[in-house]
Design a protein around this ligand. Structure first.
Ligand code: UD1
Length: 361
């Protein structure tokens, strides 16, 4: 039988660590022809290129180079650029990961060409339709032929939405595959100057709801400034947030740095005292590392990290943020447990299901 062809799509920073182990698992099985398509949604050295080199992902076979834009503009341009790629290469499967604009754009394009779609990290739900990612998750899951879930709650969400049980495969978390593979290297890197293990906090902020208006951002930063009275805070600033920080007051112990590539950031988190974030993936990484995480959002699509991990959903009320941070600093912090199948082998399970599923539509 001719080897099946798979297109593996990545577009934005949180996608790269999710595709790396899938690519590797195909390579280890020595089956299937895999083309990596980078949509170019993220394009800078430190938001994209460094991740490929840190994670040993081969250079993309095809880069659509779409760059930034409004949601409609970016999604449409990805679709227009991806359609000819699908028509030329006629893959048996398009594999999309996560919840960014590239995920839905490529899933929709493939599906309308009759190409089967597999969604990795399916079934996560924040129930917050003001998040672009929630719209992307719902739409991608609705049209996918195989839905690979990271935890049991995601599977329940899909079944409650009427997705046929045979499409859903609980495989674990490919982002955690990458973490487990890279943590040794990450922890060998020196910490940034002046930081000592366990003696600093890490902050990341990029959700439009938190950073796009000064009325929302200023109180959050006020809370961070109070926390900085007790512990230095390292703040790798996402490009979206960088523009909005102009004119905002920051405590001298809040250290603003450029976005970091994968390995140094993982090392920083693994050695920190706590993380404050509005990211999705960092909630999962901190749970696996046993590092306390305060999530600065009113909801999360990853509730398992709160139920059994180290994550606490604190919202954006500054008093609550400071109180929860103080409780961690006063100790002892909750260490939590690790969700089932976050064991480093999710990608192998995914590839096995794909290979067994064959190619016929
Ligand atoms: C996107 C994803 C979000 C993900 C985040 C991680 C969607 C809807 N959102 O949001 O889910 O958590 O990425 O970073 O897909 N920029 C650069 N260099 C880059 C990439 C972006 O400077 O390599 C700038 C853009 O020009 C733009 C801003 O950052 O001004 C926002 O980028 P964009 O991709 O539109 O959305 P994110 O906020 O990064």
């Amino acid at each position: 039988m001719a080897s099946l062809k798979y297109v593996l799509v990545a577009g934005a920073r949180p996608n790269f660590m999710k595709i790396a182990p899938i690519r590797r698992a195909f390579f280890l099985r020595n089956q299937g022809e895999v083309l990596i398509v980078h949509t170019g949604q993220h394009y800078s050295q430190n938001m994209s290129d460094d991740f490929f080199s840190d994670l040993g992902i081969p250079q993309p076979d095809i880069n659509l180079e779409v760059g930034p834009g409004s949601h409609a503009d970016q999604t449409a341009r990805i679709m227009m650029a991806f359609e000819p790629v699908c028509m030329q290469h006629r893959p048996d499967w398009v594999i999309v990961v996560g919840d960014v604009n590239s995920t839905i754009a490529c899933a929709l394009t493939a599906k309308k060409l009759g190409i089967r779609v597999a969604h990795v990290e399916a079934g996560l739900r924040s129930r917050d339709m003001s998040m672009p990612e929630e719209v992307n998750r719902l739409c991608t899951d609705a049209i996918s032929d195989l839905l690979f879930t990271t935890d049991i709650l995601a599977g329940e969400n899909l079944r409650n939405e009427g997705v046929a049980a045979e499409k859903i495969h609980f495989v674990g978390n490919t982002m955690i595959d990458t973490l487990r593979q890279q943590i040794g290297r990450a922890c060998k890197l020196p910490l940034p100057d002046g930081l000592e293990q366990g003696q600093y906090a890490i902050l990341t902020l990029h959700r439009p709801a938190n950073v796009d208006s000064p009325e929302r951002l200023a109180p959050i930063l006020g809370a961070i400034n109070s926390i900085a009275e007790r512990i230095p805070v390292v703040f790798p600033v996402h490009p979206r947030t960088a523009e909005r920080l102009q004119g905002m007051e920051l405590h001298s112990r809040v250290r603003v740095v450029e976005p970091m590539s994968y390995l140094p950031f993982l090392g920083l988190v693994a050695n920190g005292r706590m993380v404050l974030t509005d990211s999705g993936g960092i909630q999962e990484e901190t749970t696996v590392l046993g590092i306390p995480c305060l999530t600065l959002r009113p909801n999360t699509e990853r509730p398992i990290t709160c139920e059994i991990g180290t994550n606490v959903l604190v919202g954006t009320d500054p008093n609550r943020i400071v109180a929860e941070a103080n409780s961690i600093l006063n100790g002892p912090a909750r260490r939590g447990a690790i969700p089932d199948k976050w064991d480093g082998h999710a990608a192998e399970r995914i590839v096995d299901v794909l290979l067994e599923s064959g190619g016929a539509g």
